[in-house]
Design a protein around this ligand. Structure first.
Ligand code: AMP
Length: 388
């Protein structure tokens, strides 16, 4: 047992979660099951986690009273999204243990630091150049000499803050129109598949990894994850080994997601690291011995990791806002329940605006992806033709 093991029972143990989105909600639900209390600090944003948390601090991340209350209420803290001001993270870590560390979060919350970290640690990644001016972009485009993608260094996710470049554009015009002070230019990768690996590293440095997920996106947002990924055992092992190296190099504690591009020659390149539970790990709720959320709690509480064994092939389907016929009218869930091996997870969001992540569904069994795809087209068709 780790020396900093925290007794699970109240009043000793309240896990503080910075961020109140769906990841915080599922973390709080996992904590409930274990009899662990949670305190959710929402940052003042709309927060699906508040419905299931034991304590709520509904104030911005720079509010001194919120910080004081968070540190007083909680035993140990974690994050459920990475875009939290570094200052807040440092202040929390100055009062109570925070896992993962502010250093690890800070690397993953910024593409420039993340790429530099990958390069410095010899972890395979896409070619990139740091861009802070029109001249940088011109030089980088010349060197790249081909298609690329310009990404903001900070606050980018789900394809936001990204611009695909063919390589023939005028760098001055591109940089003038791009809304960022710092960015990275990445080579465009003609990948065969996108994969991700969830890894959990405990207090004692032991790392466990889950089977890689094969991820397909729709409008730059995760659409489905298929587990096990349809790749060779060698690729699977290599992806897990790289994820482990990332966790070790970050001296990480907790769960993290590593996203990869798989090229047709079998090469794996790390695209992104998420210092938290990840959308492509949601299948673990129904298809693995230990969910990614319980794994996070175990790591944060100084408990040994649980088994990552896959109990069934699974397809996770993201339920985005465009599945909803109207903002407050959900899809017809009956076919999902009729399936018998499909499990619905909704995040309690009242309004289905645009392509918000409203929930997900896990389909178990060998033909899971076909059942998921078939329901997806049925729901999308119904949403596009609400009068039918
Ligand atoms: P990101 O926000 O970096 O995860 O990018 C969102 C999605 O855009 C990725 O999942 C890919 O599908 C695509 N993408 C991002 N960067 C590249 C790249 N360098 N080459 C090819 N596709 C990319």
């Amino acid at each position: 047992m780790s020396p900093d093991f925290i007794p699970l029972h109240p009043p000793h143990c309240v896990v503080g979660v910075i961020g109140g989105g769906q990841l915080g909600r599922m973390l709080a639900l996992a904590a409930r099951r274990m009899g662990v209390r949670t305190c959710i600090w929402t940052g003042g944003l709309e927060a699906p986690a508040v419905e299931v948390a034991d304590e709520i601090i509904d104030l911005p991340f720079d509010d001194p009273a919120a910080l004081e209350k968070f540190c007083r209420t909680t035993t140990v803290a974690t994050v459920e999204f990475e875009n939290i001001p570094r200052e807040t993270l440092e202040k929390v870590a100055g009062c109570i243990p925070l896992h993962p560390s502010p250093q690890a979060i800070s690397i993953c919350q910024n593409r420039e630091r993340e790429k530099e970290f990958l390069r410095a640690n010899g972890i395979p990644h896409t070619w990139f150049a740091v861009i802070a001016s029109e001249a940088d972009l011109a030089a980088a485009m010349l060197e790249l000499n081909g298609p690329g993608v310009l990404k903001t260094a900070a606050f980018g996710y789900d394809g936001k803050g990204q611009l695909k470049l063919s390589g023939t554009e005028n760098p001055a015009a591109v940089w003038a129109a791009f809304d960022a002070d710092r960015a990275v230019l990445e080579a465009w990768v003609p990948f065969e598949k996108e994969l991700s690996v969830m890894a959990a590293r405990g207090a004692d440095g032991r790392t466990v990894t889950y089977d890689p997920a094969e991820n397909r996106h729709r409008h730059h947002i995760l659409d489905v994850s298929i587990v096990p990924a349809r790749v060779s055992p060698a690729v699977s092992l290599e992806a897990a080994a790289i994820a482990r190296r990332v966790a070790e190099a970050l001296d990480y504690r907790g769960i993290l997601g590593v996203e990869f591009f798989l090229k047709s020659d079998g090469t794996l390149l790390v695209n992104e690291i998420a210092p938290r539970p990840h959308n492509s790990g949601h299948h673990t709720l129904d298809a693995c011995a230990t969910s990614q959320f319980e794994q996070q709690l175990r790591a944060v509480l100084g408990l040994p990791p649980g088994s990552t064994r896959l109990l069934s092939p699974v397809a996770m389907l993201n339920l985005l806002g465009d599945f909803w016929p109207a903002e407050t009218t959900p899809p017809d869930w009956l076919p999902l329940f009729t399936d018998g091996e499909a499990y619905l997870h909704l995040y309690g969001k009242r309004h289905a605006r645009g392509r918000r992540k409203m929930g997900h569904a896990n389909f178990l069994g060998h033909d899971a992806i076909h059942r998921a795809e078939s329901l997806k087209s049925r729901w999308l068709t119904a949403a596009e033709n609400p009068e039918d």
